[in-house]
Write a protein that binds this ligand. Structure first.
Ligand code: URA
Length: 245
């Protein structure tokens, strides 16, 4: 999953570890060799309703609905056993700015909506301070189901969920992506650099400028980092202004 920056042995080791994770998860779910067969419902089905990659803005709602439909009552990893609600994401299909967080927490799991707990309220304030409304942007996560006890996402969970995030981003085609926290930044950028190193400058996700910044939950524990997040989102605002020219 994570790129090993050029060392083929490390890369191979990473792949072996991921495969082992997948075999373990399959074993726990009584599922045989899922990595050798197509997904139960290929994510490609998502694009039937409006050709997500080819026609972004016009069919935005329909295409996003198609991605949601393809996800279905997802049981691709073990998180389905403990979730109450799958949290797909919400906001404008034509959003110029997409926030990608880590995974739903308890409040999000209970309501089926992203970023509605304490961290979510802080994110809503940050969005407001940027002169935007929540409905104007799009908010989603790397994982669509809550890891029990808010533990870190596991590699096999990310592998199962990532195709749907990729489709969401292909449908929306935002001008800027803001990755909230380590897992979002690492997953989207295929980097393992610390968030403190990644933040503060734009990276590229499939040609889209991506700004990593600290997760709002981290800000709740470390209010001193708000200054840096404010610097990061000001750069995002500037990039959006330039895109509109
Ligand atoms: N933290 C996240 O990363 N995502 C949410 O939706 C809520 C909290």
């Amino acid at each position: 999953m994570m790129r090993a920056d050029g060392d083929p042995r490390e890369e191979l080791l990473g792949l072996v570890r991921l495969l082992a994770e997948r075999v373990r998860a399959d074993g726990e779910m009584g599922r045989a060799l899922s990595y050798l067969v197509r997904e139960q419902e290929p994510v490609e089905a998502a694009v039937v309703a409006g050709s997500a990659a080819a026609e972004p803005a016009v069919g935005g709602h329909a295409a996003l609905d198609g991605v949601r439909a393809a996800l279905g009552d997802c049981r691709r990893c073990l998180l389905h056993r403990t979730r109450h609600h799958l949290v797909f994401g919400e906001g404008s299909p034509q959003a110029e700015l997409v926030f990608v967080g880590e995974a739903p927490g308890a409040d999000e799991d209970a309501q089926g909506r992203p970023f509605v707990g304490n961290a979510g309220q802080l994110l809503t304030k940050i969005i407001g301070a940027m002169g935007l409304r929540r409905e104007e942007v799009y908010i989603c996560n790397i994982l669509k189901c809550r890891p029990p006890g808010n533990r870190n996402p596991q590699p096999d969970e990310i592998i199962s969920c990532e195709p749907f995030l990729i489709r969401q981003l292909q449908v929306i085609q935002p001008k800027v992506i803001c990755a909230l926290g380590t897992f979002a930044a690492h997953t989207l950028l295929k980097s393992e650099a610390p968030i403190s190193v990644l933040r503060g400058r734009f990276h590229s996700y499939q040609g889209i400028p991506l700004m990593p910044t600290y997760h709002p939950a981290y800000l709740l524990r470390n209010p001193g980092a708000k200054k840096q997040v404010w610097e990061d989102v000001q750069m995002v605002m500037q990039a959006l202004r330039q895109e509109r020219r």
